[in-house]
Design a protein around this ligand. Structure first.
Ligand SMILES: [Zn+2]
Ligand SMILES: [Zn+2]
Length: 535
């Protein structure tokens, strides 16, 4: 069989594998490519997927980087079933519509610009109608129930512990009378997440396709994170100001409600401090979480059975309408506001930042990854002012960056998950990660477990046959070695800082040495400037 990496290869977005066996052609995940303009272009090239020749799709979970191109796949001729778990099916119905709405808005904005330049209008990637046309294709199959989407193929979803309904996919392929087991890890959850079960332990696979988002670092521990959240609340409550939490609508918002529930139980959330969930998408997602209680972890289920509801608080308010949302900012006194987007550059969170960022007693609490270039990233990197709605807003609020709430396993948790595999011949493919992190992780795996590890490139194709060596075919355009500019730049910056920090000690030494040092700094600086200009 052949596997082609259509995305999430040496990067984190666009997860999709196209699998070709002797008799069938299908896809695992169909995610949107996100990041810079170069990566975004991949979303427009559906010919590479050959949608009409894909018989069915298996979707690991509802995140857009795993599902966001499904409406486009359908629009371009795919006409088969899309298999996923029951919660994922429901989450997809709200997330794909939301994604379509964003696509439409973005294209409207671009078309206005095009019109001013006398250029022709363009169609969005897909519309809300295209998203709706995808829904009849969705077919739900629960965890741990094997099914056969086509002859010679057996699939089982296992709990990935990442977000509600997220799965790892076990796939058995029978070819020439022999059976091979493939495991697609999907996104692997952080083991002690509040609402989700720990990721399922896997023991065997001939071929493992494994995510590596946090392959080079660990997260802070959960107790510290909860303490930091409590510190933000205590600070702003005393100052009679608000705590603003930019959070992704799915999973992070619900985990924040749970965290606030825990703090409230411990008396660390004052009863007279209202909590607002101010994002229509987050409100819908929370409703789905409440309905699919079977998919929550043992601890949460036990709480629910005992009559407690960690997804509720006496002071919790959901603000659905724009008027309700605006009213939060007219409210005086302390409050907690959870709103999307998680990176603070879209959605209602922008209004809350405009009203609170400049207030010295307010807290802004970041609980998720902040990508380069986003408002969130600028704030955590210490910007004195940020631009929101065409206005420069001073950053005077207290900024908290809490990284213990991730929905992804950190490095040691990934290694621990991997340690349960018992077949030494397993071939590991690292996907869904930055190349520099993947290289570190690949070395660790080889050293510790002796598995074979490969870091496939975008559009690379591999031929798999258990017991035989791999056959790799790089995409012609991608065959040239790739230069990881981000890595080189970071490395140069680190060297430069190191040299500059040594300067005071060296100043006592001979003049000649100093001149050398200055020359090296200048040389590095030149290298740095060249790298920047090439980027
Ligand atoms: Zn995910
Ligand atoms: Zn992902």
């Amino acid at each position: 069989m052949k596997i082609k990496f259509m995305g999430a290869a040496r990067t984190v977005t666009g997860s999709c594998y196209v699998v070709e066996t002797d008799d069938h052609r299908f896809a695992v995940d169909c995610g949107m490519h996100q990041g810079n303009a170069e990566i975004d272009k991949r979303n427009w090239d559906m010919a590479a997927y050959q949608p009409d020749k894909i018989e069915f799709v298996i979707v690991t979970h509802a995140h857009i980087d795993h599902s966001g191109l499904l409406p486009r796949l359908v629009k371009k001729g795919f006409n088969g079933p899309i298999y996923t778990t029951p919660p994922t099916k429901e989450l997809l119905e709200i997330l794909l519509l939301d994604s379509a709405h964003i696509q439409e808005q973005e294209m409207q904005w671009r078309n206005r610009k095009k019109a001013r330049h006398g250029e022709k209008n363009c169609e969005p990637l897909y519309t809300q109608r295209d998203a709706e046309a995808t829904f009849p294709h969705l077919q739900a199959v629960p965890y741990d129930k094997s099914f056969s989407p086509a002859g010679g193929l057996t699939v089982t979803f296992r709990d990935a512990g990442h977000i509600l309904g997220a799965s790892m996919v076990e796939l058995w392929v029978e070819e020439d009378g022999k059976e091979a087991k493939l495991v697609f890890s999907g996104d692997i959850g952080r083991p002690s997440q509040l609402l989700m079960e720990d990721p399922t332990i896997q023991k065997t696979a001939d071929f493992l396709f494994m995510e590596s988002t946090y392959a080079n670092r660990d997260h802070k521990n959960e107790t510290d994170s909860l303490d930091e959240l409590a510190a933000a609340i205590a600070f702003s409550y005393k100052k009679r100001e608000k705590v603003i939490i930019p959070a992704f609508a799915l999973e992070r918002t619900q985990e924040m409600i749970y965290s606030l529930y825990l703090l409230s139980k411990e008396g660390r959330l004052p009863a007279d401090m209202p909590v607002f969930v101010d994002s229509p998408l987050a409100i819908k997602a929370t409703g789905i979480f409440r309905r699919f209680q079977d998919y929550l972890d043992k601890e949460t289920k036990a709480l629910l059975t005992s009559g407690e509801n960690p997804l509720d608080l006496p002071q919790l308010h959901f603000t659905e309408t724009t008027q309700d949302s605006m009213a939060i900012n007219e409210l005086s006194g302390p409050a907690v506001v959870i709103s999307a987007s998680g990176m603070a550059d879209a959605g209602r969170i922008k209004h809350h930042l405009r009203h609170n960022l400049w207030r010295p007693g307010a807290s802004i609490v970041f609980v998720g990854f902040q990508a380069q270039g986003t408002t969130g990233r600028k704030i955590i990197e210490g910007a004195e002012k940020v631009r929101i709605f065409q206005e420069e807003i001073a950053v005077k609020a207290k900024i908290f960056t809490i990284n213990g709430f991730s929905a992804h396993a950190g490095q040691s948790q990934l290694l621990d998950w991997l340690s349960h595999f018992q077949n030494p011949d397993m071939q590991v493919f690292l996907v869904h990660g930055e190349q520099s992190a993947q290289q570190v992780f690949a070395d660790l795996i080889r050293e510790r477990f002796k598995f074979q590890v490969l870091i496939p490139d975008y559009l690379e194709e591999v031929t798999l046959k258990p017991g035989y060596a791999l056959l790799r075919v790089a995409h012609p355009e991608k065959a040239a070695p790739r230069i990881d500019w981000g890595y080189i730049l970071a490395d140069l910056e680190a060297k430069l800082t190191q040299l500059q920090s040594r300067r005071p000690q060296l100043e006592a030494k001979a003049w000649v040495e100093q001149t050398d040092l200055r020359d090296r700094i200048m040389e590095l600086n030149r290298g740095l400037m060249e790298t920047i200009s090439e980027i």
